[in-house]
Design a binder for this molecule. Structure first.
Ligand SMILES: [Zn+2]
Length: 288
């Protein structure tokens, strides 16, 4: 007889003590569960399934962007960098920044080009090496392994990292230690309370571990705010943006175009109501 495999995530990653309850959303890895306190959604994937899908990140050819995708990515990065400088009230040259989970180092490269003091940390060894081969200051490993001095960074960024973590609190605690008082931590992740997630249900591509390896923990603006508070950060703001209803690859062209028009009309209300697909949490280490 087969016994069901133990889920890798057994408690709410945000730090709630509430028991996780099954939802009606069945993924390949089993039913999604929800924290009754903060609404965080959690995968039932086993540790083996998690590790298997995380392997995609350690490929030196992973995550290469070119052409218009690269241009868009650069524009997004520059906008985020300008906002970091604005929140810190400093010039880029006076800002030391670290992108944690930096992959090939694209954000580090843009930050350096914009005049920031920038470096990265990436746990997947091959992709960290690929970043160094491209001339970028990227260390291999977890932030917790680097033994950075207390209060040595003005800003830290965690792009698409927290949804991979069973327990994000140790990482956020280390972020708080290495940030200067008043320093900024910027976190990006998908929004499980988005209209996209509500409409697509189990078909939300963000839930798909085969496509997005290691996605096990799905935040909403409220659970993000609780995580921030539990880690000792003040919330500057939590923004959501973008509505999408179909994948371009898996949808007939006419339907995709109609869905896109509707999605564009809903962009502003989604932003105002916290229902956008992409979530950006701007957190600050308190001054004392
Ligand atoms: Zn919770």
């Amino acid at each position: 007889m087969n016994t069901p495999e133990t889920p890798y995530v057994t408690t709410c990653p945000v730090g709630c003590t509430t028991t996780l309850a099954d939802t009606a959303l069945r993924l390949r890895e089993g039913l999604l569960r929800r924290c009754g306190s903060c609404g965080q959604l959690l995968s039932s994937a086993s540790a083996a399934r998690y590790n298997e899908t995380m392997a995609q990140f350690d490929d030196s050819a992973f995550n290469i962007t070119t052409g218009s995708a690269q241009t868009r990515r650069d524009a997004v990065a520059r906008k985020r960098l300008a906002r970091i400088a604005g929140l810190l009230g400093k010039l880029p040259r006076d800002i030391r920044l670290c992108d944690v989970g930096c992959s090939r180092g694209q954000f580090v490269a843009t930050a350096l080009a914009e005049g920031f003091g920038a470096e990265g940390v990436e746990p997947a060894p091959q992709i960290a090496q690929a970043a160094r081969d491209a001339g970028l200051p990227v260390r291999t490993g977890l932030l917790e392994d680097q033994q950075y001095a207390d209060a040595c960074f003005d800003a830290l960024t965690l792009f698409e990292v927290v949804e991979h973590l069973r327990t994000p609190l140790p990482l956020l605690t280390e972020c708080r230690r290495v940030l200067k008082p008043g320093g900024i931590l910027l976190i990006s992740t998908g929004n499980a309370a988005s209209w996209t997630a509500a409409t697509m249900g189990v078909r939300w591509d963000y839930f798909d571990m085969a496509r997005d390896g290691g996605h096990i923990s799905f935040f909403n603006p409220r659970s993000m705010a609780i995580l921030a508070a539990n880690a000792g950060f003040a919330v500057e703001r939590i923004d959501t943006s973008r509505v999408k209803f179909h994948d371009r690859e898996n949808t007939p062209r006419g339907r995709y175009a109609a869905g896109k028009l509707l999605a564009e009309a809903l962009n502003l209300p989604a932003r105002l109501l916290g229902r956008g697909h992409d979530m950006l949490a701007w957190l600050r280490k308190p001054a004392q």
